[in-house]
Write a protein that binds this ligand. Structure first.
Ligand SMILES: [Zn+2]
Length: 346
């Protein structure tokens, strides 16, 4: 018996089992009709076959898609990647901008501690802990993302900037307060002549010890004497409040006098007046007329006795004239100051 198989099937049992496969379809040889007949596949098997094919196809497509996405980017992925890059660039720009702002703030801070604060005699302002970074727990919300590092470092930069701005603003607030005080002080401290310089009739009588011709000893002259005509205006040399007029303290031969309290430890006295234009408690401004030159009290001729008192002690008023004199004029005045007395020494 011939046993074999081939294109036309299995010939071992020619009558019933001759089969053939053509174009993917299965045929069986029918010895009665001597023709090949197509074998009909059962529906169930056919469904299984389709399902099998479908699953295999699906898996293949999946694998291909995966391979494709590994090798190439889809337009959507491309867009997301581009956006990511852009975001990174923006973060980089942001951190640079923050650093620039910080550098500018640092420059202001340096000017503040080297120029502005010394100008007002203020020490460098320090707020404890202002330079200590916040704990990492503050930034916990930002953790766990791909770009957490960049986000956290930018937040830290911003927070540091914020702390420095706070310190600087506190410092400037304080300076503003000091400046306001300073302005008040500048207008309060005696700084001008109590009479018009052109009204000066003779040399100024000096401040300090002078020799008493009769007692043969030195007696301190607490102010300077400015000879002028009776009736010449006398001006307040700084802003202040009239503390007292002659009434009630006519002593030491001052005659009619005015005592002004300027605050900041300063007082001025104007003595031997012929007229008083202010009352105790009255506010006066620098340059305001408060009275007139006279010859009252222990005076040997018309003149203004002018005193500057600082912290309860008289100081040389000449030193408080500088503000409205050039150095040359100041020198001339100093030279002309005489030990001449215009007063009766006690
Ligand atoms: Zn005097």
């Amino acid at each position: 018996m011939y046993v074999g198989s081939g294109l036309f099937g299995d010939y071992s049992q020619p009558e019933r089992h001759i089969r053939a496969f053509m174009a993917g379809k299965e045929y069986r040889f029918n010895p009665d009709t001597l023709t090949y007949e197509r074998i009909r596949e059962p529906v169930r098997l056919r469904i299984y076959r389709y399902l099998r094919h479908g699953i295999v196809l699906f898996l293949l497509v999946c694998i291909l898609n995966m391979l494709f996405s590994l090798a190439f980017r889809t337009p959507k992925m491309e867009r997301i990647a581009r956006e990511n890059d852009e975001l990174l660039v923006r973060y980089d720009i942001l951190s640079r901008r923050i650093s620039e702002a910080e550098a500018r703030l640092d420059a202001i801070h340096q000017r503040d501690i080297k120029v502005y604060r010394p100008l007002f005699g203020a020490d460098t302002m320090y707020i404890p802990g202002i330079y200590i970074p916040y704990p990492d727990s503050v930034y916990a919300d930002l953790n766990g993302y791909e770009y957490s590092g960049i986000m956290v470092s930018n937040w830290k930069l911003l927070d540091r900037l914020g702390r420095k701005i706070y310190l600087q603003s506190r410092s400037l607030d304080q300076l503003q307060m000091l400046a306001t005080d300073k302005e008040t002080m500048a207008t309060a401290v005696p700084a001008i002549w109590p009479i018009d310089k052109r009204n000066l009739r003779n040399n100024i009588g000096a401040y300090g010890n002078r020799f008493h011709p009769i007692y043969k000893r030195y007696i301190k002259h607490e102010g300077i004497d400015m000879p002028a005509d009776i009736g010449d205006p006398v001006y307040a040399t700084g802003n202040g409040v009239v503390k007292a007029t002659d009434i009630g303290f006519r002593r030491r031969g001052y005659g009619r006098q005015i005592l002004i309290d300027h605050g900041f430890g300063y007082q001025t006295r104007y003595a031997h007046l012929s007229q008083i234009d202010v009352e105790p408690g009255q506010r006066v401004s620098r340059g305001e007329q408060i009275g007139r030159v006279g010859n009252t009290g222990g005076s040997t001729g018309p003149h203004l006795h002018y005193e500057v008192i600082f912290m309860g002690h008289t100081v040389n008023p000449i030193n408080y004239f500088r503000r409205d004199m050039d150095p040359e004029e100041f020198e001339r005045i100093i030279q002309s100051v005489q030990t001449t007395s215009y007063e009766l020494l006690e």
